[in-house]
Design a protein around this ligand. Structure first.
Ligand SMILES: Cc1cc2nc3c(=O)[nH]c(=O)nc-3n(C[C@H](O)[C@H](O)[C@H](O)COP(=O)(O)O)c2cc1C
Length: 496
């Protein structure tokens, strides 16, 4: 939806396969196909690639080419053809907004390495973790340091690589406790069969296993070994034990086990997955842990607390946030909200419902108790004609009548005292014959979400005087990491 509002921006991919020789530039695609460009085409390619180090729109690229040549382009097709080729070869890719971290603090990752041959590749993993925003410290088993030099890792992290439980270091008087407390997340990658056995048995004779067993942070373990070792029943038993104990066990990839003889390496299950996949999993586990912690704390109960959440949390840290309105709510909008219809989006948050309604040509008012949410929603909406208002539906000062009222997860956040005021407000604001499209958590979620899930009976008790409940369908309230069970209610305003 945003692509239709904002022009697509392209940027040079982080990894490209290109070489220049003389007047020629050779581009190689991910499938290995080579494209040779010579003379002016090569020059144009080099100029576009240099310019696209920052995200650029097509119009900006054309303007840049014109500025370089000192004359307007007679035929933009040449540039379009080149952009098409560069996109096909994945040399130019759509620019995604950089992931913002809500706080300035970088997550602290303690990396444990063990005597699996994939430890030889640790510098690459450390570099990638740092690139993705982690502050990294390293602990190693003695066997790990046969595969990789501590000095190389220390040059990357600017901290000693620790392997000794008994090291005398005033900065870390009891290393396993100090490091366990320091970490926001612990990753053991690669994890040898021996270290896995230690973790399963609660055996803390190495610094790696002692830290992993004493931390309160999430622990991820990436087994890495050859297929026979991985398939051994004892190893599988140990992994099942780790999973049961709450350790995150990363599935191995199918890769070439490096410890096999070079001529005998065939792809088998067992080695740990490539580094980017491991970092994706660490980020996901951290986000889920943070969301859970917040869920346990419960939703904020006042406007200032909501404002604080919207000021300090990135989009993907808001458990309910999605970039597009849920399909089932969109389907009701398509049916009930023709262009020109008046739509009220209650508790709009980052404005997803309001933006969807505006995209249909509706006249939209969007409200929230948080000014910070409204400011972010307005920025996301670009030119969409939406009226953004700070309003609390339980003490609403809104006027007017709306043909459609959208509520995605607002009612279920209200207290028992606030709900009658909500019912009176939506009845007053709904045009006769208009619909209230209402999504709440499903009762099967219990109180685990710190919301008040609703079923049809509860909805009818609350809203039945003013509305007819037309439909009650099972649904979900998808967020960035989870899609808890929900119910979608469609209620029609009784006349009068
Ligand atoms: C050349 C070589 C490669 C090895 N590769 C692996 C491996 O990939 N995975 C594994 O679990 N063990 C591997 N081992 C065996 C471990 O190094 C050995 O079990 C060691 O005791 C692990 O101890 P640690 O868990 O304390 O690091 C390898 C051993 C050698 C000699």
């Amino acid at each position: 939806m945003h692509e239709s509002i904002e022009p697509l921006r392209l940027r040079r991919a982080p990894v490209v396969r290109i070489y220049d020789v003389g007047e020629t530039t050779v581009l190689v695609g991910p499938d290995g196909d080579a494209h040779e460009l010579a003379g002016p085409s090569a020059q144009l390619t080099r100029a576009v690639l240099a310019f696209a180090l920052a995200p650029r729109t097509r119009a900006e690229i054309i303007a840049h080419v014109e500025a370089l040549s000192g004359a307007p382009l007679t035929d933009a097709a040449v540039v379009d053809e080149l952009l098409g080729l560069l996109r096909r070869l994945e040399i130019l890719i759509p620019a995604t907004p950089p992931r913002r971290r809500a706080t300035g603090k970088r997550p602290r990752l303690l990396l444990g390495i063990t005597g699996a041959i994939a430890s030889a590749l640790t510098p690459g993993l450390v570099g990638l973790l740092q690139q993705r925003g982690f502050e990294v410290r390293i602990v190693a088993t003695e066997a790990a340091l046969r595969f990789v030099q501590a000095a190389a890792l220390e040059a990357l992290v600017h901290h000693p690589v620790r392997h000794d439980l008994w090291a005398r270091d005033p900065a870390l008087p009891v290393p396993h406790i100090n490091l366990a407390a320091w970490a926001d997340v612990v990753l053991i990658a690669p994890a040898s069969a021996t270290t896995i056995a230690r973790l399963a048995a609660g055996e803390c004779s190495t610094l790696v296993s002692a830290v992993a067993l004493s931390t309160r942070a999430p622990v991820l373990v990436a087994p890495s070994m050859n297929l026979d070792m991985f398939a051994a029943p004892v190893l599988q038993r140990n992994l099942a034990q780790l999973t049961a104990d709450g350790i995150h066990v990363i599935h191995p990839g199918t890769g070439r086990e490096l410890a096999e003889a070079p001529d005998e390496r065939v792809a088998t299950l067992g080695p740990m997955p490539p580094h980017p996949a491991i970092v994706d999993l660490v980020e996901a586990a951290l986000r889920i842990a943070v969301t859970r912690r917040r869920g346990a704390e419960g939703p904020p109960r006042d406007d200032a607390a909501w404002d604080a959440i919207y000021r300090t949390h990135a989009d993907d840290e808001l458990a309910w946030q999605r970039d597009a309105l849920d399909d089932d709510m969109l389907a009701v909008l398509a049916r009930e909200a023709p262009a020109g219809a008046s739509v009220l989006d209650l508790g709009t948050g980052l404005g997803v419902g309001a933006i969807a309604a505006a995209a249909r040509g509706c006249r939209v008012v969007a409200t929230d108790v948080s000014e910070a949410a409204l400011a972010r929603a307005e920025a996301r909406a670009g030119d969409a004609a939406i009226v953004w208002l700070r309003d609390d539906i339980a003490e609403s000062r809104l006027r007017g009548r709306f043909e459609v009222i959208l509520d995605r997860g607002c009612l279920h956040l209200l207290t028992a005292e606030q709900r009658p005021a909500y019912a009176a407000a939506v009845a007053r604001l709904s045009a006769p014959g208009g619909v209230l499209v209402l999504k709440t958590h499903d009762p099967s979620e219990g109180a685990s979400r710190s919301t008040t899930p609703h079923d049809a009976a509860a909805i009818e008790r609350l809203l039945g005087d003013a509305f007819v409940l037309e439909s009650d369908a099972p649904s979900t309230l998808p967020g960035p990491h989870e899609a808890p069970a929900a119910r979608l209610f469609v209620l029609r305003r009784r006349p009068g």
